[in-house]
Design a protein around this ligand. Structure first.
Ligand code: HEC
Ligand code: HEC
Ligand code: HEC
Ligand code: HEC
Ligand code: HEC
Length: 460
C-alpha cells in the first residue's frame, strides 16, 4: 500500500527530530571514527565531544523516535480509554516495509553503538583523558608521570587494572570526580595515599613480580655545598634489593617483605600512613611476630583495620616522582653535569630561587631568571659576559625543575608528597625500622645500616 510509506509511522515531529539527530550524530561519529583510526586528531578534548557526547545525542535521538510514534498513536486514539496492542500482520506490504526498515536500522544502530562504546571506553582509558582533560587538577601527577619510569604505562594499568568490577568502580568514582571538577570542590592538593587503590598483586605484579627481583643495585647520590666552588661529594652504595621466594631458594634483601609466603600487616591511624602503631609478620610456617610502637594499647587500635603491606607501601611514587627538596633537585642536576659547576655559588643561588613562593609557574619562571641574572650581574660584572651561555643553561634547568615539582594552583610544593623509599627526607623505611617498634620480649625491627645497603664510596 504505497499510501502508507515508512515515514508515516514516524510522522510526529518528535520522531522526525529524533531521526534527524541520530542520523547527523551517527554520520559525524563515523567520519570522526575513521579520521581517528588514521590518527588525524590528537586533542583529548575532541575525544569528549566525539566519543562521549555524540553517542549520547545519537541514543537520545533513537529514543525520541518511538516516543513520537507513541504520542502520535495516542493522539489518534484519544477518546478510546483502553490501550490496545498494535496488530502486526506481515501480509500487509506496508507493515512488511516498516518491519524491514526497523530491522535494518537496528542492525546499523548496533554497529554504530558498538563502535561508539568501544571507542568511548578506549578513550576513557587513554592517558590523554586521565591526564589532560582536567588539566589543572591532574597537572602535578601528569607532569611527574611523563618524567617518571612509567611514562609509557597507561594510567589505567595501575589505577584500574584488568577486569570488569574495577572498571565499574572506577567509572562510579570517576563520575563523582567529574562533579567535583565542575563544581570546583576538589581538594588541592589531591590527597595521597589513594585509599581505594587496587592491590599491587593485580596491577604492578602484572609486569614486575617478587620472584623476579634479585641481587643488589648500585645507587649514587650527589651532594653539593653552598660554597663558591660548589664543592661536590658523592655517596655510592649497593642497595640490597633482593627478592626471590621460598620456591626458588630463600627470599632475601629488601624485597623479602613481598615474598609470597610472607605476610606483613600494619595498623595506622594516620591518614597519610606516616606513623605506624603496630606491625605483624606471618612467616611461611605460620609463626607470627607482633611489633608495637612504645605505649600503643589495644584500645587505641580498636576499630582500626590493618593494611597488608604491598609494593605501594614503599613504592608510593612509582609513577609520580617529585623531588623532595629544592636542594636535592639542584644537587642532582649539578651531579649529572646538567648545570655547570664553574658558575660560582650556582648551587646556593638556584636553591634560593627555587624555594621562593610564586603565584604561578609562569611567574616563577620569570622571577627565577631575573634573580639569577641580577646576582651574576651584580657580583660578577666583569665575568658576566663569559658566564652568560652557562647561566642561560642553568636558568633553563632551574625553571624546568620548578615546573616539574611545584604547582602553586594545586598547592603542591617541595615535599608535599612523601616518598617512602629511603629515610632521609621522609620517615620511609624508618616508619618501622626505628628500633622502637618491639615485640613483648624486646626484639625490634632492625636499623642496622648494612641490612639494607652497603656504602661503597663517600663518608656519610
Ligand atoms: C606505575 C603505576 C602508575 C601509573 C602508570 C599511574 N599512576 Fe597515578 N598513582 C600510582 C600510585 C602507586 C599512586 C599513589 C598511591 C598511594 O600512595 O596510595 C598514585 C597516585 C595518583 C594520584 C593521587 C595523588 C598523588 O599524587 O598521590 C593521582 C591524581 C594519580 N595517581 C593520577 C594518575 C594519572 C593521571 C596517571 C596517568 C597520566 C597515572 N596516575 C598513572 C601509580 C600509577
Ligand atoms: C604495564 C607494565 C607495568 C606496570 C603495570 C607497572 N610497571 Fe613498573 N615498570 C615498568 C617498566 C617498563 C619499567 C621500566 C623498566 C626499566 O627502566 O628498566 C618499570 C620500572 C619500575 C621501577 C624502577 C624505577 C626506576 O626508577 O628504575 C619500579 C620501582 C616500578 N616499576 C614499580 C612499579 C610499581 C610499584 C607498580 C604498581 C603500582 C608498577 N611498577 C607497575 C612496567 C610496569
Ligand atoms: C620494603 C619496601 C619495598 C617493597 C614492599 C617493595 N619494594 Fe621494590 N624496591 C624497594 C627499594 C628500596 C628498591 C631499590 C631502591 C631504588 O630502586 O631506588 C626497590 C627496587 C625495585 C625495582 C627496581 C629494581 C632494579 O633492580 O632496578 C622494581 C622494579 C621494584 N622495586 C618493584 C617492586 C614491586 C613490583 C613490588 C611489589 C611486589 C615491590 N617493589 C615492593 C623497596 C620495596
Ligand atoms: C610496615 C613496616 C615496615 C616498613 C615500612 C619497612 N619494613 Fe623492612 N621489615 C619489616 C619487618 C617487620 C621486618 C622483619 C623483622 C623481623 O625479623 O621480624 C623487616 C625486615 C627487613 C629486611 C630484612 C629482610 C631479611 O632478609 O630478613 C630488610 C632488608 C628490610 N626490612 C628493608 C626495608 C626497607 C629498605 C624499607 C623501606 C624501603 C623497609 N624495610 C620498610 C617491616 C617494615
Ligand atoms: C630498613 C632499610 C635501611 C636501613 C636500616 C638504613 N637505610 Fe639508608 N637507605 C635505605 C634506602 C632504601 C635508601 C634509598 C635508596 C634509593 O633511593 O635508591 C637509603 C638511603 C640512604 C642514604 C642516601 C640518602 C640521600 O638522599 O642522600 C644514606 C646516606 C643512608 N641511607 C644512610 C644510612 C645510615 C647511616 C643507616 C644506618 C643508621 C641507614 N641508612 C640505614 C634503607 C635503609
Amino acid at each position: 500500500m504505497p499510501a502508507k510509506p515508512i515515514v508515516a509511522v514516524f510522522r510526529h515531529p518528535l520522531s522526525l527530530f529524533g531521526m534527524w539527530l541520530s542520523a547527523v550524530s551517527a554520520l559525524l561519529f563515523l567520519i570522526f571514527f575513521f579520521a581517528d583510526l588514521f590518527s588525524l586528531f590528537s586533542n583529548p578534548y575532541l575525544g569528549i565531544v566525539f566519543f562521549l557526547v555524540l553517542p549520547g545525542i545519537f541514543v537520545f535521538g533513537l529514543l525520541l523516535m518511538p516516543l513520537g510514534v507513541y504520542r502520535r498513536r495516542r493522539r489518534e486514539r484519544l477518546g478510546r480509554p483502553l490501550a490496545q496492542w498494535p496488530r502486526i500482520d506481515l501480509n500487509e506490504p506496508w507493515q512488511r516495509t516498516v518491519a524491514f526498515f526497523v530491522f535494518a536500522a537496528t542492525a546499523v544502530n548496533i554497529v554504530v553503538l558498538s563502535l561508539a562504546a568501544y571507542r568511548g571506553i578506549e578513550y576513557m582509558d587513554s592517558v590523554g583523558f586521565c591526564g589532560q582533560v582536567c588539566h589543572s587538577v591532574m597537572h602535578p601527577e601528569f607532569t611527574a608521570y611523563q618524567n617518571g619510569p612509567h611514562a609509557r604505562v597507561a594510567c589505567v594499568q595501575c589505577h584500574i587494572g584488568p577486569g570488569a568490577p574495577w572498571f565499574v568502580r572506577s567509572k562510579l568514582s570517576g563520575t563523582r570526580q567529574v562533579f567535583a571538577v565542575v563544581l570546583n570542590t576538589y581538594p588541592r592538593p589531591i590527597p595521597s595515599p589513594v585509599t581505594n587503590l587496587r592491590p599491587a598483586r593485580e596491577t604492578c605484579e602484572e609486569c614486575h613480580w617478587p620472584e623476579k627481583f634479585t641481587g643488589d643495585k648500585i645507587v649514587t647520590f650527589h651532594d653539593v655545598a653552598d660554597d663558591e666552588a660548589n664543592t661536590e661529594t658523592t655517596t655510592t652504595m649497593r642497595v640490597h634489593v633482593g627478592g626471590g621466594s621460598e620456591k626458588y631458594g630463600t627470599a632475601t634483601g629488601i624485597h623479602w617483605h613481598m615474598a609470597p609466603s610472607t605476610r606483613i600487616r600494619y595498623w595506622t591511624t594516620d591518614p597519610k600512613r606516616q606513623t605506624i602503631a603496630k606491625v605483624t609478620v606471618e612467616g611461611p610456617h605460620g609463626q607470627t611476630r607482633e611489633y608495637r610502637a612504645p605505649g600503643v594499647s589495644d584500645a587505641q587500635l580498636s576499630g582500626v583495620a590493618p593494611r597488608q603491606m604491598d609494593c605501594m607501601d614503599c613504592h608510593n611514587r612509582p609513577s609520580h616522582p617529585f623531588t623532595a627538596t629544592a636542594e636535592a633537585a639542584v644537587d642532582e642536576a649539578i651531579g649529572l653535569e646538567r648545570v655547570d659547576k664553574g658558575l660560582p655559588f650556582i648551587r646556593r643561588q638556584m636553591v634560593a630561587a627555587l624555594k621562593q613562593k610564586y603565584q604561578t609557574q609562569d611567574a616563577a619562571a620569570e622571577a627565577i631568571a631575573r634573580s639569577l641574572r641580577e646576582f651574576y650581574r651584580g657580583q660578577y660584572a666583569q665575568q658576566y659576559q663569559g658566564f652568560e651561555p652557562k647561566l642561560n643553561e642553568a636558568i633553563g634547568i632551574a625553571q624546568n625543575l620548578y615546573r616539574r615539582n611545584v604547582f602553586p594552583t594545586m598547592n603542591v610544593s617541595w615535599g608535599t608528597y612523601a616518598n617512602n623509599i629511603g629515610h632521609t627526607d621522609f620517615p620511609g623505611c624508618f616508619r618501622c625500622h626505628d628500633e622502637n617498634h618491639s615485640t613483648k620480649d624486646g626484639k625490634t625491627i632492625p636499623q642496622d645500616c648494612e641490612l639494607c645497603h652497603q656504602m661503597l664510596e663517600g663518608a656519610r
